[in-house]
Design a protein around this ligand. Structure first.
Ligand SMILES: [Zn+2]
Length: 344
Protein backbone atom coordinates (compact mmCIF):
# COMPACT_ATOMS: atom_id res chain seq x y z
CA UNK A 1 0.00 0.00 0.00
CA UNK A 2 1.35 3.41 -0.97
CA UNK A 3 1.93 5.64 2.06
CA UNK A 4 3.74 8.85 2.98
CA UNK A 5 6.86 7.46 4.63
CA UNK A 6 9.38 9.41 6.67
CA UNK A 7 12.60 7.51 5.89
CA UNK A 8 14.63 9.72 8.25
CA UNK A 9 14.88 13.46 8.98
CA UNK A 10 14.39 15.53 5.79
CA UNK A 11 13.59 12.44 3.71
CA UNK A 12 9.94 11.87 2.84
CA UNK A 13 8.72 9.52 0.15
CA UNK A 14 5.41 8.28 -1.22
CA UNK A 15 6.08 4.57 -1.53
CA UNK A 16 4.76 1.10 -0.94
CA UNK A 17 5.18 -0.17 2.60
CA UNK A 18 3.77 -3.32 4.20
CA UNK A 19 1.09 -2.45 6.79
CA UNK A 20 -1.28 -4.62 8.82
CA UNK A 21 -4.39 -5.57 6.83
CA UNK A 22 -6.04 -8.04 9.18
CA UNK A 23 -9.40 -6.87 10.47
CA UNK A 24 -9.83 -7.89 14.13
CA UNK A 25 -13.28 -8.61 15.56
CA UNK A 26 -13.48 -5.18 17.26
CA UNK A 27 -11.86 -3.20 14.42
CA UNK A 28 -13.11 -1.27 11.45
CA UNK A 29 -11.42 -0.73 8.10
CA UNK A 30 -11.44 2.89 6.98
CA UNK A 31 -10.71 4.49 3.61
CA UNK A 32 -8.82 7.63 4.59
CA UNK A 33 -10.14 10.82 2.95
CA UNK A 34 -8.58 13.83 4.74
CA UNK A 35 -5.47 14.12 6.92
CA UNK A 36 -4.27 17.30 8.62
CA UNK A 37 -0.56 18.00 8.95
CA UNK A 38 0.34 18.58 12.60
CA UNK A 39 3.27 20.49 14.04
CA UNK A 40 4.54 17.16 15.37
CA UNK A 41 4.53 15.62 11.85
CA UNK A 42 6.54 18.58 10.59
CA UNK A 43 8.90 18.31 13.56
CA UNK A 44 9.63 14.63 12.84
CA UNK A 45 10.17 15.54 9.18
CA UNK A 46 12.64 18.29 10.02
CA UNK A 47 14.42 16.78 13.05
CA UNK A 48 13.68 13.04 13.06
CA UNK A 49 12.73 13.14 16.74
CA UNK A 50 10.67 14.83 19.43
CA UNK A 51 12.31 14.53 22.84
CA UNK A 52 12.86 10.86 23.56
CA UNK A 53 10.73 9.75 20.55
CA UNK A 54 13.26 9.04 17.80
CA UNK A 55 12.45 7.84 14.27
CA UNK A 56 14.77 4.81 13.89
CA UNK A 57 12.81 2.93 11.22
CA UNK A 58 10.84 4.35 8.27
CA UNK A 59 7.51 5.63 9.65
CA UNK A 60 4.22 6.61 8.01
CA UNK A 61 3.27 10.15 9.09
CA UNK A 62 -0.13 11.66 9.95
CA UNK A 63 -2.55 11.34 12.87
CA UNK A 64 -5.37 13.83 12.17
CA UNK A 65 -7.74 11.87 9.97
CA UNK A 66 -11.26 11.42 8.71
CA UNK A 67 -12.55 8.81 6.29
CA UNK A 68 -15.24 6.31 5.36
CA UNK A 69 -15.79 2.89 6.93
CA UNK A 70 -15.38 0.12 4.35
CA UNK A 71 -15.62 -2.99 6.56
CA UNK A 72 -16.37 -3.86 10.18
CA UNK A 73 -15.19 -6.69 12.43
CA UNK A 74 -17.69 -9.30 13.56
CA UNK A 75 -18.26 -7.77 17.02
CA UNK A 76 -18.80 -4.22 15.75
CA UNK A 77 -22.38 -2.95 15.96
CA UNK A 78 -21.79 0.81 16.33
CA UNK A 79 -20.57 1.38 12.77
CA UNK A 80 -21.29 0.08 9.28
CA UNK A 81 -19.70 0.38 5.84
CA UNK A 82 -20.38 3.81 4.36
CA UNK A 83 -20.27 5.66 7.69
CA UNK A 84 -18.23 8.87 7.59
CA UNK A 85 -15.92 8.93 10.60
CA UNK A 86 -12.94 10.50 12.32
CA UNK A 87 -10.47 8.61 14.46
CA UNK A 88 -8.81 9.08 17.81
CA UNK A 89 -5.16 8.27 17.02
CA UNK A 90 -3.97 6.88 20.37
CA UNK A 91 -4.73 3.22 21.05
CA UNK A 92 -4.23 2.39 24.73
CA UNK A 93 -4.19 -0.99 26.42
CA UNK A 94 -7.71 -0.93 27.90
CA UNK A 95 -6.65 -3.28 30.70
CA UNK A 96 -3.80 -1.04 31.88
CA UNK A 97 -3.90 0.69 35.23
CA UNK A 98 -4.07 4.12 33.52
CA UNK A 99 -7.04 3.07 31.40
CA UNK A 100 -8.82 1.49 34.36
CA UNK A 101 -8.30 4.78 36.23
CA UNK A 102 -9.99 6.73 33.43
CA UNK A 103 -6.64 8.13 32.22
CA UNK A 104 -6.26 6.15 29.02
CA UNK A 105 -4.35 9.03 27.38
CA UNK A 106 -1.63 8.47 29.99
CA UNK A 107 -1.23 4.74 29.40
CA UNK A 108 2.54 4.31 28.91
CA UNK A 109 1.91 1.55 26.37
CA UNK A 110 -0.38 3.70 24.17
CA UNK A 111 0.23 3.23 20.44
CA UNK A 112 -0.22 6.68 18.92
CA UNK A 113 -0.28 7.19 15.15
CA UNK A 114 2.95 8.67 13.79
CA UNK A 115 4.77 8.58 17.11
CA UNK A 116 7.74 6.23 16.70
CA UNK A 117 7.71 3.30 16.40
CA UNK A 118 4.04 3.37 15.29
CA UNK A 119 2.89 4.18 11.77
CA UNK A 120 0.46 7.02 11.09
CA UNK A 121 -2.50 7.36 8.75
CA UNK A 122 -1.21 9.05 5.58
CA UNK A 123 -2.14 5.95 3.69
CA UNK A 124 -5.28 5.02 1.68
CA UNK A 125 -6.60 2.53 4.22
CA UNK A 126 -6.24 1.87 7.95
CA UNK A 127 -7.48 -0.71 10.46
CA UNK A 128 -8.60 0.92 13.70
CA UNK A 129 -10.50 -0.03 16.87
CA UNK A 130 -14.22 0.73 16.44
CA UNK A 131 -14.41 2.31 19.90
CA UNK A 132 -11.87 4.98 18.82
CA UNK A 133 -13.73 5.65 15.57
CA UNK A 134 -16.44 8.33 15.73
CA UNK A 135 -19.30 8.86 13.32
CA UNK A 136 -19.53 12.30 11.73
CA UNK A 137 -22.96 13.92 11.40
CA UNK A 138 -23.99 14.79 7.82
CA UNK A 139 -23.31 18.48 8.38
CA UNK A 140 -19.68 17.92 9.44
CA UNK A 141 -17.33 17.65 6.46
CA UNK A 142 -14.28 15.40 6.11
CA UNK A 143 -12.05 18.48 6.43
CA UNK A 144 -13.76 19.39 9.72
CA UNK A 145 -13.60 15.76 10.82
CA UNK A 146 -9.83 15.82 10.39
CA UNK A 147 -9.77 18.94 12.62
CA UNK A 148 -11.33 17.07 15.54
CA UNK A 149 -7.89 15.80 16.61
CA UNK A 150 -6.32 19.23 17.22
CA UNK A 151 -9.67 20.52 18.56
CA UNK A 152 -9.61 17.66 21.07
CA UNK A 153 -6.47 19.15 22.63
CA UNK A 154 -8.33 22.43 23.17
CA UNK A 155 -11.30 20.51 24.55
CA UNK A 156 -9.04 18.73 27.04
CA UNK A 157 -7.47 22.05 28.12
CA UNK A 158 -10.86 23.69 28.62
CA UNK A 159 -12.20 20.65 30.48
CA UNK A 160 -9.22 20.89 32.83
CA UNK A 161 -9.85 24.64 33.27
CA UNK A 162 -13.38 24.02 34.63
CA UNK A 163 -14.63 27.27 33.15
CA UNK A 164 -17.67 28.92 34.72
CA UNK A 165 -20.13 30.95 32.60
CA UNK A 166 -19.00 34.48 31.81
CA UNK A 167 -15.32 33.85 32.56
CA UNK A 168 -12.62 35.92 30.91
CA UNK A 169 -9.91 33.87 29.22
CA UNK A 170 -6.42 34.46 27.88
CA UNK A 171 -4.70 32.26 25.32
CA UNK A 172 -0.97 32.73 24.75
CA UNK A 173 -0.07 31.65 21.21
CA UNK A 174 -2.20 31.85 18.07
CA UNK A 175 -1.25 28.64 16.27
CA UNK A 176 -3.77 25.88 15.53
CA UNK A 177 -3.85 24.71 19.14
CA UNK A 178 -4.09 28.26 20.50
CA UNK A 179 -7.06 29.10 18.28
CA UNK A 180 -8.97 25.85 18.87
CA UNK A 181 -8.36 26.23 22.61
CA UNK A 182 -9.80 29.75 22.45
CA UNK A 183 -12.83 28.47 20.48
CA UNK A 184 -13.36 25.65 22.97
CA UNK A 185 -13.08 28.19 25.84
CA UNK A 186 -15.80 30.35 24.27
CA UNK A 187 -17.98 27.28 23.67
CA UNK A 188 -17.28 26.25 27.28
CA UNK A 189 -18.64 29.46 28.72
CA UNK A 190 -16.03 32.21 28.41
CA UNK A 191 -17.58 35.60 27.66
CA UNK A 192 -14.42 36.98 26.07
CA UNK A 193 -11.02 35.52 25.24
CA UNK A 194 -7.84 37.47 24.55
CA UNK A 195 -5.40 35.67 22.24
CA UNK A 196 -1.81 36.82 21.82
CA UNK A 197 0.95 36.23 19.28
CA UNK A 198 3.52 38.07 17.22
CA UNK A 199 2.23 36.97 13.80
CA UNK A 200 -0.38 39.51 12.71
CA UNK A 201 -1.78 37.28 9.93
CA UNK A 202 -2.69 34.52 12.40
CA UNK A 203 -4.17 37.06 14.83
CA UNK A 204 -6.31 38.45 11.99
CA UNK A 205 -7.75 34.97 11.39
CA UNK A 206 -8.52 34.59 15.11
CA UNK A 207 -10.02 38.09 15.40
CA UNK A 208 -12.74 37.19 12.90
CA UNK A 209 -14.42 35.07 15.57
CA UNK A 210 -16.90 36.92 17.81
CA UNK A 211 -15.61 37.07 21.39
CA UNK A 212 -11.96 36.62 20.39
CA UNK A 213 -9.72 39.66 20.92
CA UNK A 214 -6.31 39.50 19.31
CA UNK A 215 -3.25 41.24 20.71
CA UNK A 216 0.00 41.49 18.78
CA UNK A 217 2.59 41.43 21.55
CA UNK A 218 5.17 43.17 19.36
CA UNK A 219 2.87 46.22 19.18
CA UNK A 220 0.66 46.12 22.26
CA UNK A 221 1.02 45.08 25.91
CA UNK A 222 -1.29 42.07 26.39
CA UNK A 223 -1.22 42.47 30.17
CA UNK A 224 -2.54 46.03 29.90
CA UNK A 225 -5.32 44.75 27.62
CA UNK A 226 -6.35 42.03 30.10
CA UNK A 227 -6.22 44.45 33.03
CA UNK A 228 -8.36 46.97 31.16
CA UNK A 229 -10.94 44.26 30.40
CA UNK A 230 -11.10 42.97 33.97
CA UNK A 231 -10.94 46.12 36.09
CA UNK A 232 -7.31 45.19 36.97
CA UNK A 233 -8.43 41.85 38.42
CA UNK A 234 -6.96 39.49 35.79
CA UNK A 235 -8.34 36.62 33.74
CA UNK A 236 -10.18 33.67 35.26
CA UNK A 237 -8.42 31.21 32.99
CA UNK A 238 -5.08 31.42 31.19
CA UNK A 239 -4.00 28.90 28.56
CA UNK A 240 -0.33 28.74 27.63
CA UNK A 241 -0.37 27.40 24.05
CA UNK A 242 2.85 28.83 22.59
CA UNK A 243 5.42 26.54 24.17
CA UNK A 244 7.72 29.58 24.19
CA UNK A 245 10.08 29.75 27.14
CA UNK A 246 9.62 33.51 27.29
CA UNK A 247 5.88 33.14 27.82
CA UNK A 248 6.60 31.78 31.30
CA UNK A 249 8.33 34.97 32.47
CA UNK A 250 5.06 36.74 33.25
CA UNK A 251 2.50 33.98 32.68
CA UNK A 252 0.94 34.18 36.13
CA UNK A 253 0.52 37.97 35.90
CA UNK A 254 -2.39 37.40 33.50
CA UNK A 255 -4.42 35.38 36.00
CA UNK A 256 -6.90 36.70 38.56
CA UNK A 257 -6.50 35.67 42.21
CA UNK A 258 -7.91 32.16 42.55
CA UNK A 259 -7.69 31.71 38.80
CA UNK A 260 -6.48 28.80 36.72
CA UNK A 261 -3.51 28.41 34.40
CA UNK A 262 -3.50 25.51 31.94
CA UNK A 263 -0.16 24.60 30.37
CA UNK A 264 -0.81 23.25 26.88
CA UNK A 265 2.27 24.18 24.82
CA UNK A 266 5.38 21.99 25.01
CA UNK A 267 8.53 24.07 25.64
CA UNK A 268 11.75 22.83 24.04
CA UNK A 269 13.54 22.64 27.39
CA UNK A 270 12.93 23.31 31.04
CA UNK A 271 11.30 26.61 31.98
CA UNK A 272 11.51 28.78 35.09
CA UNK A 273 8.26 28.64 37.05
CA UNK A 274 7.53 31.61 39.33
CA UNK A 275 6.20 29.77 42.39
CA UNK A 276 5.81 32.92 44.48
CA UNK A 277 3.74 34.69 41.81
CA UNK A 278 1.47 31.65 41.52
CA UNK A 279 1.28 31.19 45.29
CA UNK A 280 0.40 34.82 45.98
CA UNK A 281 -2.76 34.30 43.92
CA UNK A 282 -3.40 30.68 44.92
CA UNK A 283 -3.52 29.78 41.25
CA UNK A 284 -4.50 26.32 40.15
CA UNK A 285 -2.09 25.05 37.48
CA UNK A 286 -3.12 22.22 35.19
CA UNK A 287 -1.28 20.21 32.56
CA UNK A 288 -2.68 18.36 29.58
CA UNK A 289 -1.33 15.44 27.61
CA UNK A 290 -3.33 14.82 24.44
CA UNK A 291 -6.96 14.11 25.49
CA UNK A 292 -9.42 11.53 26.72
CA UNK A 293 -13.18 11.23 26.26
CA UNK A 294 -13.61 14.49 24.34
CA UNK A 295 -14.00 13.40 20.70
CA UNK A 296 -17.79 12.98 20.82
CA UNK A 297 -18.13 16.39 22.51
CA UNK A 298 -15.89 18.08 19.95
CA UNK A 299 -17.98 16.60 17.13
CA UNK A 300 -21.19 17.82 18.84
CA UNK A 301 -19.82 21.36 19.01
CA UNK A 302 -18.91 21.27 15.30
CA UNK A 303 -22.29 19.86 14.34
CA UNK A 304 -24.25 22.37 16.45
CA UNK A 305 -22.30 25.26 14.93
CA UNK A 306 -20.95 26.41 18.29
CA UNK A 307 -17.42 25.86 16.99
CA UNK A 308 -16.45 26.57 13.38
CA UNK A 309 -13.01 25.31 12.35
CA UNK A 310 -13.47 25.90 8.60
CA UNK A 311 -11.64 29.28 8.61
CA UNK A 312 -8.57 27.50 10.01
CA UNK A 313 -8.08 25.21 7.01
CA UNK A 314 -5.69 27.24 4.92
CA UNK A 315 -4.57 24.94 2.12
CA UNK A 316 -5.38 21.49 0.77
CA UNK A 317 -3.07 19.23 -1.27
CA UNK A 318 -3.86 15.96 -3.09
CA UNK A 319 -2.23 12.82 -1.66
CA UNK A 320 0.10 12.56 -4.67
CA UNK A 321 1.58 15.92 -3.60
CA UNK A 322 2.06 14.94 0.04
CA UNK A 323 5.77 15.75 -0.01
CA UNK A 324 5.02 19.23 -1.39
CA UNK A 325 2.34 19.59 1.28
CA UNK A 326 4.93 18.92 3.99
CA UNK A 327 7.42 21.32 2.44
CA UNK A 328 4.65 23.93 2.35
CA UNK A 329 3.64 23.31 5.99
CA UNK A 330 7.29 23.31 7.11
CA UNK A 331 7.71 26.88 5.82
CA UNK A 332 5.49 27.98 8.70
CA UNK A 333 4.02 30.88 6.76
CA UNK A 334 2.21 33.35 9.03
CA UNK A 335 -1.06 33.22 7.07
CA UNK A 336 -1.24 29.40 7.20
CA UNK A 337 -2.98 27.71 10.12
CA UNK A 338 -3.79 24.16 8.99
CA UNK A 339 -2.62 22.32 5.88
CA UNK A 340 -4.53 19.19 4.89
CA UNK A 341 -4.00 16.31 2.48
CA UNK A 342 -6.94 14.79 0.63
CA UNK A 343 -7.14 11.22 -0.72
CA UNK A 344 -9.65 10.28 -3.42
ZN1 LIG B 1 -2.00 16.85 15.84
Amino acid sequence: MKALVLEKAHELRLRDIPLPTELGPDDVKIAIRTVGICGSDVHYYQHGSIGSFVVREPMVLGHEAAGVVTAVGRNVTSLKPGDRVCMEPGIPDWTSRASRSGLYNLDPSVRFWATPPYHGCLVPEVIHPANLTFKLPDNVSMAEGAMVEPLAVGMQAVTKARITPGAIGVVIGCGTIGIVTALAALAGGCAEVVITDMQQEKLDIAARYPGLHSVNISKQDPLAKVRAMTDNWGADVVFECSGAQKAYENLFDFAAPGGTVVLVGMPQGKVAYDVVAAAAKELRVEHVFRYANVYDRAISLLSSGKIDVKPLISRTFPFEQSVEAFEFAAKGQPNVVKTQIVLE
